[in-house]
Structures are given as structure tokens and as C-alpha cells.
Design a binder for this molecule. Structure first.
Ligand code: 5AD
Length: 357
């Protein structure tokens, strides 16, 4: 298996059965070698600096009904909120004061008439902090809306495809949603000129090894700038409440595979991973991740943005815990890189134009 790791590191590609072998091998020296090689490639490309993104959870209002998600529209047990324009600006101001140079506006999928609200926010953030990157993570919208937000100043967009298998997608989403639409959105985002991130939940109900290989192959051909992967974590108020939590082991194997496939891609060590294992963030970095996304949302609203049970939102996971985060990183010889952290390569064929440092 070490041979497969060497081939993936040197050629950035493997055959389907070889990805399956890396994911299904017993956890031992050889899987440790996979993670070590990935960490080394990350260090070769980014040094020991970890990019930080300030996450602002702008709303938990959602028009969609994904079966895994705690803020799905048919969950009556959460209080819905939308931050005000000023509250979002205050979050960004607080983040900028700390030193953040990327703001991520994430939220449920808002009613269509709220596109204007986002456009105004992006315009104001862009004017207030011209040195910062603006990332949106707001789900599926018509291409014209993506264009408006991009023109207003948004640089990056995160939209996980969740699973590339049609039948599996249909078991996780209501009939009104389709994988085709999701993939069209990702294509549109790239064409519009965003740095694009996609990804999956690892261990989502019904996911098989073959599904994971399909996801790897899809991401391999999409060539995104960012790849976000976290374990599935059940939420008690969803139809999938009784399914088991995804595995930290497989999640970090995937970080390592994607690091070897795309040496310069941005891979966050995700909150979901850190929520299921107190050491998750560091395990992610030791498998090749190079980004963390502390929470800048007002503390009052954090419990209501409950995508899954036990979501970490305090201490080193929160912007006010940045010293704790720095301390954790230091234990493994890493530090925060306060730069914007644009994707150092534009992996797609579009002539994306961003201000790389
Ligand atoms: N467990 C883990 N991740 C989840 N997400 C939504 N619900 C869950 C859950 N129960 C992830 C999805 C989405 C991202 C914003 O949060 O992958 O794309």
C-alpha cells in the first residue's frame, strides 16, 4: 500500500480500486504513511502556517429540507434567526480586529427575495475591508444571483455536493432537490469566476466505499480550489437521528488522499471533525489540512445554528478563543497564517483573476 501512496504523491492520480484500497486498509503503519506523506506535502507547499477564516452564520432560516440537517425547514424545534446587516458587519469588524482576512458568510438557503440582503452585505464588507476575501456558503441559487454577489465583491463560494451518487443523493434529500442542480450550480460558480469549494459528509447514512470512490473521482475532475469534508453527525430532530456518526479515521484518510491529489488545494480541518474528537482539528492538520474556520457569529445565536448535535462553537472553535487555537497549533509546531490565503493555483480552465499574495 505504501507503493500506492508514493504513486498518488508523485502522479496525483490512482485507479478506482486503489482509492478503495487506501480507504479500506486496516489502520496501521501504512495508513500512517498515507497521512505522513500528505502532511509533508502540505508543509512543502504552505509551511507550518494554517489559514484562518472567520465564520459568520448569518441565518438558520432555510427553504430546503435535507434529511440530515438540523436547520431543515421542517424542524419546528429551533428558533429561526437572521442577523441584521449591522450585526454581520460587527462580526466582521470584530474578526478584522483579531486579524482575520477572510470572512465566510454561511447560512441556510434563504427565500429567493433575500438575495438583495446578501448583495448589500457583500458590497458593504467589500468597501469596509478591501484587503479581505469574502466567501459565501449559502446553497443553491440561480446563476444570475451568483453573478450579482460576485460583482458585489464575493471571491469564493463553498457548496458541498454531499454525494455524487444519484441514488444516495436521493436518500439524503427531498424529491424537490436534485444532484444535477447541485452540480450545475458548481459549474456555474466556476464559470462566474469564484474560487470554488465542494465536499461531502463522510459516513452519511447509506454511504458505501464505492460512493466515496465516486466522490473522489468527481472531485478529481472538478478540480476545486477548496475541499471541505467532515463526518456525518446525527441531529436529534431529523429523520436520520438514529444513524451512526461518521468516522474520524476515514475523514482524515480522505484529507490525505486529496492533499496528495492536489498539493496546493485548501483543505479545512472542519468543525464537524473537531466536534466528534477533541483532537480532531490537529488530526486533520496532521493528515494534510491547512485551514481552520473559527466561529465569529454572535454567541447568542450559535446554539441555534445547530446543523448536528454537539457542534463545537466555543473555546478554540470560536474567534474569541484564538489564543487557545494558537496554543493548540503550537503543540504540533504550527502557527496561524493571517493572510487572505487565496488558492495558490487556479486549478480550472477559467481565467480566474484574484490577488494572490
Ligand atoms: N452532520 C455533518 N455535517 C452536516 N452538514 C449538515 N448537516 C450535517 C450533519 N448532520 C454539513 C453539510 C453542509 C454543511 C454546511 O454542513 O455537508 O454542506
Amino acid at each position: 500500500m505504501k507503493r500506492l501512496v508514493d504513486i498518488l504523491r508523485d502522479t496525483h492520480h490512482l485507479e478506482a480500486q486503489d482509492y478503495a484500497a487506501l480507504l479500506s486498509a486496516p489502520n496501521g503503519d501504512e495508513v500512517a504513511y498515507l497521512r505522513q506523506q500528505a502532511q509533508q506535502v502540505a508543509v512543502d507547499n504552505f509551511g507550518h502556517g494554517i489559514f484562518v477564516r472567520g465564520l459568520v452564520e448569518v441565518t438558520n432560516v432555510c427553504r430546503n429540507d435535507c434529511l440530515y440537517c438540523g436547520i431543515r425547514k421542517s424542524n419546528p424545534h429551533i428558533d429561526r434567526y437572521m442577523l441584521t446587516h449591522d450585526e454581520v458587519m460587527q462580526c466582521c469588524q470584530q474578526g478584522h480586529d483579531i486579524g482575520f482576512h477572510t470572512f465566510v458568510l454561511q447560512g441556510g438557503e434563504l427565500p429567493r427575495d433575500k438575495a438583495q440582503w446578501i448583495e448589500e452585505l457583500v458590497t458593504d464588507i467589500r468597501a469596509s475591508w478591501p484587503d479581505c476575501a469574502i466567501t459565501l456558503s449559502l446553497g443553491e441559487w440561480p446563476r444570475k444571483v451568483y453573478e450579482r454577489w460576485h460583482r458585489a465583491g464575493a471571491d469564493r463560494y463553498l457548496l458541498r455536493h454531499e454525494t455524487h451518487n444519484l441514488a444516495h443523493y436521493a436518500t439524503l434529500h427531498p424529491a424537490s432537490m436534485s444532484l444535477t442542480t447541485r452540480l450545475q450550480c458548481l459549474d456555474a460558480l466556476k464559470q462566474v469566476g469564484y474560487q470554488v469549494g465542494t465536499g461531502i459528509m463522510v459516513g452519511s447514512p447509506g454511504q458505501t466505499l464505492d460512493h466515496l470512490v465516486e466522490d473522489i473521482q468527481y472531485i478529481e475532475q472538478l478540480k476545486p480550489h477548496m475541499i471541505g469534508l467532515g463526518p456525518f453527525v446525527p441531529h436529534h430532530d431529523t429523520p436520520l437521528a438514529h444513524h451512526p456518526t461518521g468516522s474520524a479515521d476515514i475523514t482524515t484518510r480522505l484529507y490525505a488522499i486529496f492533499r496528495l491529489m492536489f498539493p496546493k488545494v485548501l483543505i479545512p480541518s472542519t468543525t464537524a471533525l473537531n466536534s466528534i474528537d477533541p483532537n480532531g482539528r490537529l488530526m486533520g492538520i496532521e493528515a494534510g489540512a491547512n485551514v481552520v474556520m473559527p466561529n465569529l457569529s454572535p454567541a447568542l445565536f450559535r446554539d441555534q445554528y445547530s446543523l448536528y448535535d454537539g457542534k463545537a462553537a466555543t473555546h478554540a472553535e470560536a474567534a474569541e478563543g484564538i489564543k487557545m487555537l494558537q496554543g493548540q497549533l503550537a503543540t504540533i509546531g504550527y502557527h496561524i497564517n493571517w493572510g487572505r490565503g487565496d488558492s495558490p493555483v487556479f486549478c480550472n480552465n477559467n481565467s480566474l483573476n484574484t490577488n494572490n499574495p
